[in-house]
Design a protein around this ligand. Structure first.
Ligand SMILES: [Zn+2]
Length: 213
């Protein structure tokens, strides 16, 4: 596995795959910090008290990290692929990829694990790249359904494999800490493309491996 080759891409990549999120009119850091001070005051606390003076800066720093995915391009993450997979003709499964994302309805975290399988045709991608791809999409405001679908679509369009399977299991803080307050409930979403959609046995084997010990 040493030859680095350009992947055989599908003719038309989806917008969310081929480029970072389109630049919107982004407020300045100062404006963002002022908005945090407003929210601090809204809690009922005093934004000017000593313990809170550095908070707006720290919150905006955290936002840069938690929402850094908007400025990354999925197609670039999966750009380097390797041929020479010899007679390998089964799927590759990467299990238990920890992720955290932010629910777009409440701006509260949801976190859990992603399990990704794809059945390569001639080309494979470095395993850590799948984890990075998850982060590119997870570090945005998301729904778990869309996050699942975007990861699967990106792998399908860039690697052009025989099939892709993505399963996400996550706990949503907006459900655990507020609203119905159901601590520990998990949400599972799946997306199957190609061979995983068409071949029930392959799908079952994926599910079994994902949930094995
Ligand atoms: Zn929510």
């Amino acid at each position: 596995m040493d030859a680095v080759v350009k992947p055989l891409r599908k003719a038309q990549l989806s917008d969310h795959v081929r480029r970072a999120a389109p630049a919107t009119a982004r407020p300045s850091r100062e404006e963002a910090e002022a908005a945090v001070r407003t929210l601090l005051a809204f809690t009922g606390d005093d934004p000017e008290r000593e313990g809170l003076l550095g908070t707006p800066k720290r919150v905006v720093d955290a936002y840069e990290e938690l929402y850094g995915g908007y400025r990354e391009c999925p197609a670039e993450v999966l750009d380097r692929t390797f041929s020479e997979i010899a007679a390998f003709d089964d799927f590759v499964l990467v299990r238990d990829i920890a992720f955290n994302s932010q629910c777009e309805h409440h701006m509260m975290p949801f976190m859990g694990k992603a399990h990704i399988a794809y059945k390569p045709v001639e080309r494979v991608v470095g395993l850590s790249k799948l984890a990075r791809l998850v982060d590119v999409y997870a570090r945005r405001l998301q729904t778990q359904e869309r996050l699942t679908a975007q990861i699967a679509t990106a792998i399908d369009e860039i690697l052009n494999p025989r099939g892709v399977a993505v399963l996400l299991e996550a706990e949503h803080m907006c459900m655990s800490l507020r609203g119905v307050e159901k601590l520990g409930a998990s949400t599972i979403t799946t997306q199957f493309i190609g061979s995983f959609r068409d071949d029930a046995a392959e799908q079952v084997r994926f599910m079994t491996l994902v949930h094995k010990g």
